[in-house]
Design a protein around this ligand. Structure first.
Ligand SMILES: [Zn+2]
Length: 397
């Protein structure tokens, strides 16, 4: 930990002192843990950030460091960055009601926020537990990841796994999830906004990268940027790959999907363009975008005549085993991939929402018989999608 108390209760933040001053402190004072009041000692050296460590940790509920210099540096920089903005900030605040200590605690107006700077890969249930505890006492947690966790693959895409998905934030006034990263070496803060999962291990999004000094805290929530490029490059590419993909070997869920398509008398090359659309809450689905969307189209919409109605509940029932039971406590609980897809189809004029839970078919699905037509159709649809998303952004921002 970076802070300890003196005999008189005064809080000492070690990194604010020079090497010589620290040596003086070490010889003149005894230090105590702010949480358990146990004795702590100064640890310093050329390769570590000066910090305090318990003499006897057994009786203390706080976790002690263990994340290394990278983490400590980042935490200090973020703390100093918030202090400079005149915000009400506390380092390593212990919240006794939940027995948890957060990296940085801040108050903005009536809002209480716990900032966690997370570099090490910790178990998913630990992230959920900590996030849940903060929320249970009215504190909004915000997790900023160490940039070493970011594996960027192209201008707009990056690798994703279950660990990273846990840190998707979605605040009330935002409709798209966002991820945060910070690198203390380059002092670069990365916000990835408008993220969409397009494959099992791939996400796309808009990268906003800023020097920490050139941004303020509230900039973290300004993520609505032009999505045109994201859609025109990454989404177009993803859709093309999806359309043209030729698996060498089929097994598992993919094999059963191919069998199902065969049974339906079609092939992926000829599927309607409205299958495989970007869904921001895809991370909640256990099957791929194309898999469940084709089932909605070919099971629920295709067989019924124009004007006929189907229900959201019947879709939910069909996919009851395909929706993750994992909780994603940082996103809006109402985020529903199936509803999101149906709303998108409604915006495209394929169906029309007639009540909270019912949709009416307005148009027949267009199946292709030539791959060239399908590719052309995908391009046309991309333009329509772009318009829909741009209108959505205008409403949001
Ligand atoms: Zn302690």
């Amino acid at each position: 930990m970076l802070q300890a108390k003196l005999n008189n209760g005064k809080l000492i933040t070690l990194f604010e002192f020079s090497k010589q001053e620290i040596e003086v402190l070490r010889s003149d004072h005894v230090f105590f843990c702010p949480v358990c009041k146990g004795k702590v000692i100064i640890k310093s050296g050329s390769k570590i950030i000066p910090h305090f460590a318990h003499q006897n940790r057994k009786n203390c509920q706080t976790h002690e460091g263990g994340e290394g210099v990278y983490h400590e540096q980042g935490k200090i920089m973020l703390y100093q960055w918030l202090i400079k903005q005149g915000l009400d900030v506390a380092l390593e605040q212990y919240i006794s009601s939940i027995k948890q200590r957060c990296d940085i605690f801040l108050r903005v107006g009536k809002k209480k926020i716990a900032l966690e700077y997370q570099c090490a890969r910790i178990p998913i249930n630990e992230i959920q537990k900590r996030t849940g505890s903060y929320l249970s006492v009215g504190i909004q947690p915000i997790w900023i990841l160490g940039a070493t966790n970011l594996k960027r693959t192209t201008k707009h895409s990056f690798k994703v796994d279950q660990f990273l998905l846990q840190f998707l934030h979605q605040f009330q006034d935002q409709s798209f999830p966002v991820l945060y990263f910070f690198d203390p070496h380059s002092k670069l803060f990365t916000i990835i906004g408008n993220v969409f999962q397009i494959g099992k291990r791939r996400m796309i999004g808009n990268f906003i990268i800023k020097k920490l000094d050139s941004m303020i805290f509230l900039d973290m929530f300004k993520t609505s940027v032009d999505s045109r490029e994201l859609f025109l490059t990454e989404w177009r590419k993803a859709k093309y790959q999806y359309r043209m993909y030729q698996p060498k070997k089929l097994y598992g869920t993919e094999l059963s999907w191919y069998n199902w398509l065969y049974y339906k008398g079609t092939h992926r090359e000829f599927l309607p363009s409205i299958i495989y659309l970007p869904i921001s809450s895809q991370y909640k689905m256990l099957t791929s975008l194309g898999d469940w969307q084709s089932r909605i189209c070919l099971e629920f919409i295709d067989p019924i005549p124009i004007g006929a109605v189907f229900s959201l509940n019947s879709c939910h029932f069909q996919f009851r085993k395909s929706i993750s039971t994992d909780s994603f406590p940082l996103v809006q609980p109402s985020a529903d991939p199936i509803m999101e897809y149906l709303h998108l189809l409604a915006a495209l004029g394929i169906i029309e929402q007639v009540s909270e839970h019912e949709f009416r078919k307005s148009k027949n699905l267009h199946h292709y018989s030539h791959i060239e037509d399908a590719l052309k159709g995908d391009e046309e649809l991309l333009k329509e999608l772009l318009n829909i998303f741009e209108t959505k952004y205008e409403h949001d921002s």
